[in-house]
Design a protein around this ligand. Structure first.
Ligand SMILES: Nc1ncnc2c1ncn2[C@@H]1O[C@H](COP(=O)(O)OP(=O)(O)O)[C@@H](O)[C@H]1O
Ligand SMILES: CC(=O)N[C@@H](CCC(=O)OP(=O)(O)O)C(=O)O
Length: 266
């Protein structure tokens, strides 16, 4: 089965045209691939935190998560965002089922940082794919919110890109990170130079020079991590142009593909 894990970024959730979900359902019905959705929700969490007058800060694109921030992240992502995506997919004709990484211990999590400076930010140490496979075998599209749990039942806020890469690795699928940019750009104010292919050393150089910053850092690092852990292919594509998804599924070059470093034999 050709499984693709599509991560839908919070940056484009509100802007995604209806045609995006229609194309996704079309692709599934044609048998070209079996989609799983993992979503984010950064801007939506920001809005709710602002309303509640709770401050939050980011380190390398990851939100420092206090207990209060965790409650809001879970409420926003596993509540309204997850159900909005399920509703949109159903309107497009799919059977969609929304779950979070907590359900059936899908995303088994540990703190990402031992010093505690990130708070309740999780990394995924194991993925229980049973429920996701079960839903797919019944024709449904699983929609996953990136909240995980540890063995004690403590919940964690996981960056959506990291959660998507973990699911794609566990299921040996392709990882498609859908965002509000046409790919990794040399200059974010100029869409004319897009990096079509990037290796680990190129990515680290672009992060060091500041070309890749903010939310693009966990995206490219997750894409790379996925490749080393069983993901067949990682790409970053534009959700604002839904035909890009169709083109990608049909084998055309779109967005930025993150590729393994070439091994030079001497
Ligand atoms: N080199 C780059 N190319 C494209 N986008 C970049 C780059 N560096 C930083 N970014 C930023 O990363 C953002 C995407 O990350 P993020 O906002 O977290 O998206 P999402 O919510 O889709 O995960 C872009 O909107 C852009 O502002
Ligand atoms: C730990 C961490 O940073 N979690 C993210 C989860 C949402 C997310 O990943 O949203 P995007 O896809 O919009 O970036 C956050 O709290 O913003």
């Amino acid at each position: 089965m050709n499984i693709i894990v599509l991560k839908i970024g919070g940056s484009i959730l509100a802007k995604l045209p209806e045609s995006f979900y229609k194309i996704l359902v079309e692709i599934k019905e044609s048998g070209l691939c079996e989609p799983i959705i993992v979503h984010g929700g950064g801007p939506e969490i920001n809005q709710t935190l602002k309303r509640l007058q709770v401050e939050s800060t980011f380190i390398d694109g990851l939100r420092v998560t206090t207990k209060e921030v965790l409650d809001v992240a879970e409420m926003v992502m596993s509540g309204s965002i997850n159900k909005k995506i399920v509703t949109d997919l159903q309107k497009a004709g799919a059977a969609a089922i929304g779950i979070s990484g907590v359900d059936n211990s899908l995303l088994q999590t540990e703190p990402i940082d031992e010093t505690g400076k990130m708070g309740y930010v999780g990394k995924v140490i194991n993925v229980n794919t049973t429920l996701v496979r079960h839903l797919m075998s019944h024709g449904a599209i699983p929609v996953i919110s990136p909240i995980g749990t540890d063995a004690t039942g403590q919940h964690y806020n996981i960056n959506g890109d990291i959660a998507a890469a973990a699911v794609a690795s566990a299921i040996n699928g392709k990882l498609v990170l859908i965002s509000d940019t046409p790919g990794v750009m040399e200059n974010i104010n100029n869409e004319s130079v897009i990096h079509k292919n990037l290796t680990e050393s190129q990515i680290e150089a672009l992060i060091a020079s500041g070309v890749i910053h903010g939310g693009m850092i966990p995206k490219v690092r997750s894409a790379l991590q996925g490749l080393t852990e069983g993901v067949e292919e990682s790409v970053i594509i534009n959700g604002l142009s839904p035909t890009d998804l169709k083109k990608y599924i049909h084998g055309e070059e779109v967005g930025t593909k993150v590729i393994k470093e070439e091994v030079h034999h001497v």
